[in-house]
Design a binder for this molecule. Structure first.
Ligand code: SF4
Length: 789
């Protein structure tokens, strides 16, 4: 044997041994992990049997946090009322570059050496995530899978005193405040100078922030699969915070459920220490992904919010001027100045009649708002570090009455003053002068000031300013002027913010029932130079066989009138009459529920009024009960309940529900079986092409992607909305339904190709009315036969 062979052999042996040791270590860890979870399961079952015999109070013994919540609430209130110079409301001295303690627990390093590969499952809403929990529970994996649902404190906080703050930022701040055991306090000397002193002061702790109980809740949720509702219930039972328990359980979980909002924003991801690296991400309901990205990277702030912030900030400064350090005072005046300038841009003086909506680049915006000389970043940092927003919220809660009264008296004084000026003007110049003009000169802001919370308003202002500071090349500001005006930061290409998610994950799966048109996802997943060779598109057949669906593009009505619901045509009486006749006929032959989507709320009103005035509603009501989508989201459940009862009512032949595309009933609802035997979409719901926001986005696409990108985007906005409506029916393998698309434009080749493939398979395009009625009648009689056999 030559010496080289010998060396090579030894080297191979060492390599094999090393690999063996590594694998053995892995194996030991897996066994250890298994044992840990077996022990955990035993503890949980023991704990549950203890709960049955003992009072749950035992869970919080030997801790000062054993205060019951009512006691705590009382303590809080007393603390709030202890004005002692409003010490709790006054800003501590701002230290630049000081270590921020805004989210102290967020930066906690968790030892995570033996990380488990996780599957993150994300959906649009929490109720969809709860449905997913229900599905896991139906599988054989239910006893061996560790599942955790993550949500914000807004969803999980069980301390009613904190939860009632409603605004997520205020809840976060209050919760963190309550966890501090010591706090610094700012005080003043006799001569009014600010004295910074550290003072030990017991902070009111949240009774649910108890590590023992939180650990028990964490173990419980890892052993038993729980949805958000179960977790909150169990948290109350164990007197443990569900928010912190779910955060703690995340490291041991194999499946983590989280909303789209928690995934798409890097701030939200780092806020909960979400580790995507080398893990798997499944984004369900992916048709809403672009909208979620757009929402996460836009920042609207209304004139009402700005006015509220300005008013309370001014009162705050005036009230505590003597107690604030000169540095804090300067920064407060600067932020007040910036807010004032934003108001002047969004709500110009009433004498300036030309109120408009424009889109500005970031440079143009700061120049137009006259804040180009301001360094905004330190100002935002000042507000965040000193926790100005929760203090301003507390101030506005405590002094709102006083602020209102002072505002009122100011207004009266201004009116009086104006009236005197008016009289003297008549006397001197014998000219007419308007009271309003002089009034706005001296009192430009406060109209809405006290209607909205100054604290949540300031959070919106800070988010807006923070995005301005990012100075993205693709950032724009929408300026909508008027009393209910708005400033909105927009990011024209939010896909660039998704690149980081793609880079970190082992694999990303975007899934959905209505993913057409797919081009948008191709662009999203192969952006930022990623090769689309890594992209796999898998189209699965619908579980429902093609003969259970009948789709028709109806181009002409019963009187042979061409259906074209373009903006110019849609109000035509002839067209409305044809819609009425079509609905009447369809309702006569379709059994069960018919859900008819119209392009907008105003058009739904027009159609309904026309049908009512022409007695078509009366005619349809003889066979089917007629319902309309309610204006308020709070009424949706009630209307759906009544609709479902009407569909089941054997005395009638089902019900008709008039709804709106993109409204409250077009997404996430399940019109299965008799609830939705026919889905009708009247017209094509194109968004308003004249909207400045859409125009800016389209010209951006033309500039950057070229070709036909802007038109494809515009078409896809419309077709995504249509496909969502279609997706409400045919919900399981034995379900069957018809889809009626009323507009000749649905028969265009490019529009058909944007429909879901299961619809395309059974589609009759460019259909006449007679052909549609014949096909529908045959379809339902066939299914009636199948049912009876
Ligand atoms: S610890 Fe939990 S329950 Fe307590 S205030 Fe914070 S989020 Fe609410």
């Amino acid at each position: 044997m030559d010496s080289n062979d010998w060396l090579q052999e030894e080297y191979e042996k060492i390599k094999k041994n090393q690999m063996l040791i590594t694998l053995q270590n892995k194996m030991d860890k897996i066994i250890q992990c298994k044992e840990n979870f077996e022990n955990m399961a035993k503890r949980v079952s023991k704990q549950k049997s203890n709960v049955n015999v003992k009072s749950t109070d035992n869970y919080c013994k030997s801790d000062r946090r054993k205060n019951s919540e009512p006691e705590l609430e009382k303590e809080n209130i007393e603390e709030q009322n202890d004005s002692e110079g409003d010490r709790d409301l006054i800003l501590e001295e701002f230290e630049e570059n000081a270590e921020s303690d805004i989210y102290p627990e967020e930066v906690e390093e968790i030892d995570n050496k033996d990380e488990i590969i996780k599957v993150y499952i994300s959906s649009r809403t929490h109720s969809q995530l709860s449905q997913f929990i229900g599905e896991i529970k139906r599988t054989i994996f239910k006893d061996v899978t560790r599942v955790v649902t993550l949500a914000s404190r807004q969803h999980y906080c069980i301390n009613s005193e904190v939860a009632k703050l409603k605004n997520v930022n205020l809840i976060n701040e209050r919760c963190l405040d309550m966890q501090k055991t010591k706090s610094k306090s700012t005080s003043t000397s006799d001569d009014g100078r600010v004295l910074k002193k550290s003072k030990l002061r017991a902070c009111t702790a949240c009774p649910y922030y108890n590590q023992n109980n939180i650990t028990k809740l964490k173990e419980r949720m890892l052993i038993e699969i729980m949805d958000m509702e179960d977790l909150v219930k169990c948290g109350k039972e164990l007197k443990a915070c569900p928010y912190y328990a779910s955060r703690m359980a995340m490291d041991d979980a194999e499946v983590v459920l989280i909303s789209h909002a928690g995934i798409v924003s890097s701030g939200a991801r780092s806020g909960i220490s979400l580790k995507l690296k080398d893990n798997i991400l499944i984004l369900d309901e992916a048709h809403g992904l672009s909208a979620a990205l757009e929402n996460a990277h836009s920042a609207p702030v209304t004139v009402k919010q700005l006015s509220s912030v300005k008013t309370y900030l001014q009162f705050y400064i005036n009230k505590y001027r003597a107690k604030l350090s000169s540095r804090n005072l300067l920064s407060l005046n600067q932020i007040s100045f910036v807010v004032g300038k934003l108001i002047s841009l969004a709500k110009p003086k009433e004498t300036e009649k030309n109120k408009e909506t424009t889109i500005l680049t970031l440079e143009d915006f700061v120049i137009k708002a006259e804040i180009d000389h301001m360094n905004l970043r330190p100002l935002v940092e000042f507000c965040r570090s000193t926790r100005l927003a929760p203090k301003l919220h507390g101030f506005s809660m405590r002094y709102s009455q006083q602020v209102l009264e002072e505002e009122e008296s100011k207004k009266i004084a201004v009116k009086k003053n104006s009236f005197q000026k008016f009289l003297s003007n008549i006397a001197k110049k014998k000219e007419l002068a308007t009271v309003e003009e002089t009034q706005t000169e001296t009192n430009p802001i406060v109209q809405f000031a006290t209607e909205t919370s100054a604290g949540s308003g300031l959070y919106a202002v800070l988010d807006f300013l923070e995005m301005l500071c990012a100075r993205s090349e693709n950032g724009r500001v929408l300026v909508q002027q008027g009393d209910s005006g708005l400033l909105k930061y927009l990011l024209l290409n939010p896909a660039e913010c998704f690149a980081d998610v793609l880079a970190q994950c082992r694999s990303v799966i975007v899934a959905g029932g209505t993913m057409e048109p797919i081009s948008e996802f191709k662009a999203l997943l192969s952006s930022n130079g990623r090769s689309d060779s890594k992209l796999n598109i898998v189209r699965c057949e619908h579980v429902v066989p093609p003969h259970n669906i009948l789709a028709v593009c109806l181009s002409r009505g019963p009187s042979n009138t061409v259906f074209n619901f373009s903006y110019e045509n849609r109000m035509s009486k002839e067209l409305l009459n044809e819609v009425g006749r079509t609905l009447r006929n369809v309702c006569s032959i379709v059994p069960g529920g018919v859900v008819c989507f119209l392009p907008s709320y105003s058009y739904e009103q027009t159609v309904y009024d026309h049908l009512k005035n022409n007695h078509i509603i009366d005619f349809i009501s003889k066979r089917k009960s007629v319902f309309r989508e309610p204006k308020s989201a709070a009424d949706v459940e009630q209307v759906l309940h009544k609709y479902s009862l009407a569909v089941k009512n054997k005395e009638k032949n089902g019900a008709l529900l008039l709804s709106v595309v993109g409204g409250k009933l077009s997404e996430g609802l399940n019109f299965s079986d008799d609830l939705g035997r026919c889905v009708i979409v009247v017209g094509m719901p194109y968004p308003n092409v004249k909207s400045p926001e859409l125009q800016e986005k389209m010209s951006y696409l033309n500039r950057t992607a070229g070709g036909n990108a802007a038109n494809i985007y515009y078409e896809s906005l419309c077709m995504k909305a249509v496909n969502q409506c279609i997706g409400r029916a045919v919900r399981h393998i034995n379900d069957y339904a018809t889809v009626l698309l009323i507009d000749e434009r649905y028969s265009r080749v490019q529009t058909i190709s944007a429909l879901p493939s299961f619809v395309q398979k059974s589609l009759i395009s460019n259909s006449s009315f007679g052909q549609m009625i014949g096909s529908m009648a045959k379809f339902f009689s066939r299914h009636k036969e199948i049912k009876t056999n």
